[in-house]
Design a protein around this ligand. Structure first.
Ligand SMILES: Cc1ncc(COP(=O)(O)O)c(C=O)c1O
Length: 386
């Protein structure tokens, strides 16, 4: 037997083992499971990107170790994309580093700025890598509840003084996973001011920045002062159905970018240059597929919203992401279990994203409309008009 490190022991337990076991058993028995569990796009990467990748793979100069912070051309494409879409100005030389997906960068970032016992301010419910990355760097997460009545934005003014003194990083993520909330411009401006005042780094996770249905979400980096305190993480994953490719970037304050790049150059050797080459096509080529994707998710959202309302759920319709954060009146694990046993439907219990997620289920609409309609039929059979 090997003794794992204290660091590893400190990672929170996996809450869904029982649901996973049940799901696997039902699948083995031949059950027709409708799986809303995973936030992973079901549609393929657009063809123009695949064609670029084919070309890239055939280029022998891409077969060697990828250089430093990413290729100059991919970083320029990212800077141009930010200028065009968000009116945010980035210097590709100093203010952008290419990542192996944004998760990788988010997980490594605390290594660059936390010493043992330093605090990072983590919203909850949240994408788990913020506190996991903190714990792995021997930091201490301080959780800030996201409440519906506050638009799922943390109440920064309520953080105790003694915590603020030890806090080095504030994580924010909008459009948000799992709540699908968008941030108001004023809230982000306040957060920038708060970070400046308290000498805290703002880590902004914008993985869903292009997944909107009506208005484009406020861009953190377009706000005055953002680059003084912050770094934004984003990727090709959700916008271009490229989760498997592992290509993302960090951008913003050059000291923050440089420190992350230094950690990375000592751990990994970069992102395959053929992928970066295809990434240039993703960001600079036709965006028609992104528009089409938004229409597809919007249609799914509308079908699901109408269906859930007919089934008696009180739903607020998301403005973006492919998530639905559904309020239930009971324990989220019990509800998810019932949904699986009686309806053969998988949804993620909200409590898995943090204690304030209790009372919610997260549905990821990465299934086609027919399956979503089928799920509504099943939900109505279980709960009918509640
Ligand atoms: C909020 C959020 N941030 C970051 C990521 C990581 O995405 P990737 O590493 O594919 O860029 C995800 C993935 O689901 C996410 O939901």
């Amino acid at each position: 037997m090997f003794e794992v490190s204290q660091r590893l022991k400190k990672l929170p337990p996996y809450l869904f083992a029982e649901i996973d076991r049940k799901k696997k058993r039902l699948i083995a028995e031949g059950a027709d499971i409708i799986d809303f569990g995973i936030g992973d796009p079901d549609l393929p990467t657009p063809n123009n990107i695949i064609e670029a990748m084919k070309k890239g793979v055939e280029n022998p100069s891409f077969h060697r170790y990828p250089i430093g912070k990413g290729t100059a051309n991919f970083r320029k494409a990212i800077a141009d994309f930010y200028k065009k879409n968000y009116d945010a100005v980035l210097n590709p030389e100093e203010e952008i580093a290419v990542l192996i997906g944004s998760k990788e960068g988010l997980a490594h970032f605390p290594w660059a700025f936390l010493d043992a016992g330093d605090v990072s301010l983590v919203p909850e419910p949240c994408y788990p890598v913020y506190h996991i990355g903190t714990i792995l760097a021997e930091g201490v997460p301080f959780f800030m509840p996201l409440k519906e009545e506050n638009g799922f934005f943390p109440e920064l003014g309520k953080i105790p003084k003694e915590i603020l003194l030890k806090a080095k990083i504030l994580f924010l993520n909008y459009p948000n996973n799992p709540t699908a909330a968008f941030a108001e411009k004023d809230c982000l401006t306040d957060a920038i001011r708060f970070c400046k005042k308290n000498d805290i780094i703002l880590v902004y996770d914008a993985a869903y920045s292009e997944m909107y249905f009506e208005e484009r979400p406020v861009s953190f980096l377009s706000l005055p002062g953002a680059k003084d305190v912050g770094i934004e993480f984003n990727s090709l994953s959700k916008t271009y159905n490229m989760t498997g490719w592992r290509a993302g970037w960090a951008c913003g304050n050059r000291e923050l970018v440089a420190a992350l790049a230094k950690i990375k150059e000592n751990i990994d050797s970069g992102t395959f240059e053929a992928i970066q080459f295809a990434g240039i096509e993703a960001l600079t080529g036709s965006q028609e597929n992104v528009r089409r994707l938004r229409n597809i998710y919007r249609e799914r959202r509308d079908i699901f919203a109408v269906g859930l309302r007919e089934a008696g759920f009180d739903v607020s319709v998301p403005k973006g992401t492919f998530y639905f954060w559904v309020k239930i009146n009971g324990g989220s694990i019990e509800y998810a279990n019932a949904l699986l046993e009686k309806g053969r439907i998988v949804a993620t219990p909200g409590i898995g994203f943090g204690p304030s997620g209790e009372g919610y289920l997260r549905f990821s609409l990465t299934l086609n409309s027919e399956r979503i309609k089928e799920s509504i039929g099943r939900i109505k059979k279980i709960w009918g008009k509640r």
